[in-house]
Design a protein around this ligand. Structure first.
Ligand code: ADP
Ligand code: ZN
Length: 461
C-alpha cells in the first residue's frame, strides 16, 4: 500500500536577549557553570520573577508578522502561517501557536567523582528565554520541513531576535510524524523525534522514522505513541520514552507571576518596529530593479545583503550589476572567509567598491580583472582606494591587442578554418583565447571586432 507522511514541527528559538526570562541574570553563553544564576532562575521558593520585556517583544515581532496576538489566553500568538520558498514557488505553512518559554538547566551524566558515579547540573541556561513555535501537521515531505526551517532561520535573523543556528543550539526542532494510507484524511498515531541538531538531521531523522513506521504497518503491527531520539552519526532511532500526557508534566500556574497583559499600544509599537520582511524585500527587488526571481531570492537571504546591494545602487552602480555582484561574488567571499557582511564592508568600503563596479560598466576594467582586484584587497591586504579606482586598467588599444589577435589566429588554424567555412560559433572560442593571453585585461568587445576584421582578410598564403 502507498503511504503518505504527515509531519508537524515544534521549534524552539533561543532569543538573543541580554538577560534571562524572569530575572536579571545574563543570558550569555560560555560562562563557568552555575555563575549566571539567582534564586529566580534556580526556581527557589519565595523568589519573585518578573517577565523580560525584550523577550515578549521578540515574540510579538515574530507573532504579529505571522499570526494573531491573543491578549488574555495563554499562547502569546495563535494561528498564522510562514511563507517559505522562493523564486515563484512560494508556499505557506500554517502555525498552531507561538509562545514564550524558559530554557532548562543542562545535566552531565553519569560522570565519576572519585569512585562514585555522579550527575552534575549547570543552571546557566535555566531561565533563558525561548520562543516555541508549533506548526500544524502540514508537511508531507521531509524536504518541505527543511525549506520551512531555512525560512524560519532567515526570518528570526532578519528580525534580529535570534541567531537561529541549529548546529549551535540557537534553534532546536522536534518533529512529530505519522503515516497514513495515501489519499485518506484521518491522522495516524504520531511519534516525536528529538535530538535533531541540524536541518539536515531533521530530514534524515524523519526519513528513518517514516521508513520504520511503514515497515511496522506493513508487518501488521500498530504504531505506538513514543518519543524517539535520533542519533545522526549512526542514522539510528532509539526510544526515549513511550506515551506521555499533559498531566505527566504536572503543569500549574506560577502563583508569583502576574498575568501578562499585552496592551494594544505595545502591539502597535511592535508592529511599527517591524522591518520590511524577507519575502516583501524579494518581491520589491524583482519589481523595482527588474531582478530575476533567482537573484532576488539570493540577495534576499539576508537583510544585510539587500542593504549592501541598495547602498551600491545608491552610490551609482546599476542595480542589476550590484545585485549580481552581491549574489555571485560577495556572498562567496563572505562564506569562504567565514565573515559576515559587516566584516566584508570593513575590508571593502562602499565608495571604492562602487567605483570599481561602475568602472566595469564603463568598460574601464573587465569583470574578471575586477574580481582579481577584489581578491587582492580581501586576501593580500591591498588598498581598496587605490586599487579599485585605478587598478586593472582594461586594455583596448589596437597596438596592444592586434599582436595578440594575430598570434591566436596563427596558433589556432583549425578553428580559424572552421570560422572561415561559416562555423561562426568558433569566434567565441577565439575571443576566449585572446582574453587569456591578455591576462583577462582586454575589453572583449574590442577583441571580437579585431578578430572579425582580421579573419575576414584572405588567408595568408
Ligand atoms: P500534543 O499535545 O499531543 O503534543 P499538539 O496538538 O500540541 O499535540 O501537536 C504537537 C505537534 O504535533 C504539532 O506540530 C502538530 O502539528 C503535530 N501533530 C499532531 N498530531 C499529529 C499527527 N497525527 N501526525 C503528525 N503530526 C502531528
Ligand atoms: Zn537569575
Amino acid at each position: 500500500m502507498a503511504y503518505e507522511a504527515v509531519i508537524g514541527l515544534e521549534c524552539h528559538i533561543q532569543l538573543n536577549t541580554r538577560s534571562k526570562m524572569f530575572c536579571d541574570c545574563p543570558a550569555a553563553f560560555g560562562a563557568e557553570a552555575n555563575t549566571n544564576v539567582c534564586p529566580v532562575c534556580l526556581g527557589l521558593p519565595g523568589a519573585l520573577p518578573r517577565a523580560n520585556r525584550a523577550a515578549i517583544d521578540s515574540a510579538l515581532r515574530l507573532g504579529i508578522d505571522r499570526g494573531e496576538i491573543t491578549q488574555y489566553d495563554r499562547p502569546l500568538c495563535e494561528g498564522g502561517a510562514l511563507p517559505v520558498g522562493s523564486g515563484g514557488r512560494q508556499r505557506s505553512f500554517e502555525l498552531i501557536r507561538i509562545h514564550v518559554e524558559e530554557d532548562t538547566g543542562k545535566s552531565f551524566h553519569p560522570e565519576r567523582f572519585g569512585d562514585r558515579p555522579v550527575s552534575r547540573v549547570d543552571f546557566n541556561r535555566a531561565g533563558v528565554p525561548l520562543l516555541e513555535l508549533v506548526t500544524q501537521p502540514v508537511f508531507r515531505e521531509t524536504a518541505e520541513c527543511s525549506a520551512f526551517l531555512t525560512g524560519l532561520r532567515r526570518l528570526v535573523r532578519w528580525l534580529a531576535i535570534s541567531d537561529g543556528d541549529m548546529e549551535k543550539g540557537h534553534m532546536r526542532c522536534d518533529a512529530n510524524v505519522s503515516i497514513r494510507p495515501a489519499g485518506t484524511t484521518q491522522l495516524g498515531t504520531k511519534t516525536e523525534l528529538k535530538n535533531l541538531n541540524s536541518i539536515r538531521g531533521v530530514e534524515k531523522g524523519l526519513a528513518a522514522e517514516i521508513a520504520r513506521q511503514k515497515r511496522a504497518l506493513e508487518a501488521g503491527e500498530t504504531i505506538e505513541q513514543a518519543t524517539l531520539l535520533y542519533d545522526a552519526d549512526h542514522d539510528k532511532l532509539a526510544v526515549m520514552r513511550s506515551k506521555e500526557y499533559a498531566h505527566d508534566y504536572r503543569y500549574f500556574p506560577e502563583p508569583d507571576l502576574p498575568l501578562l497583559r499585552v496592551s494594544a499600544v505595545w502591539i502597535a509599537q511592535a508592529r511599527e518596529s517591524l522591518p520590511e520582511l524577507p519575502w516583501e524585500a524579494e518581491r520589491r527587488l524583482e519589481t523595482e530593479f527588474a531582478l530575476s526571481g533567482e537573484v532576488a531570492s539570493i540577495v534576499g537571504t539576508d537583510r544585510e545583503y539587500v542593504r549592501l546591494m541598495e547602498d551600491l545602487a545608491r552610490a551609482g552602480v546599476q542595480p542589476r550589476t550590484a545585485a549580481n555582484w552581491v549574489a555571485n561574488v560577495v556572498i562567496a567571499h563572505i562564506n569562504r572567509l567565514g565573515i559576515d557582511v559587516g566584516g566584508f564592508r570593513e575590508r571593502v568600503p562602499l565608495a571604492p567598491f562602487a567605483t570599481l563596479l561602475t568602472r566595469i560598466e564603463s568598460g574601464q576594467v573587465t569583470a574578471t580583472a575586477a574580481k582579481s582586484l577584489l581578491e587582492e584587497v580581501l586576501d593580500q591586504g591591498a588598498d581598496p582606494f587605490t586599487r579599485f579606482t585605478s587598478g586593472g586598467q582594461a586594455v583596448s588599444g589596437d597596438d596592444v591587442l592586434l599582436p595578440l589577435v594575430r598570434a591566436v589566429i596563427a596558433e589556432n588554424q583549425g578553428p580559424v578554418e572552421q570560422y572561415r567555412n561559416g562555423k561562426t560559433a568558433t569566434l567565441g572560442f577565439l575571443v576566449g583565447q585572446v582574453m587569456k593571453k591578455s591576462g583577462s585585461q582586454a575589453v572583449a568587445q574590442t577583441v571580437r571586432e579585431l578578430l572579425v576584421r582580421e579573419l575576414s582578410e584572405p588567408a595568408a598564403t
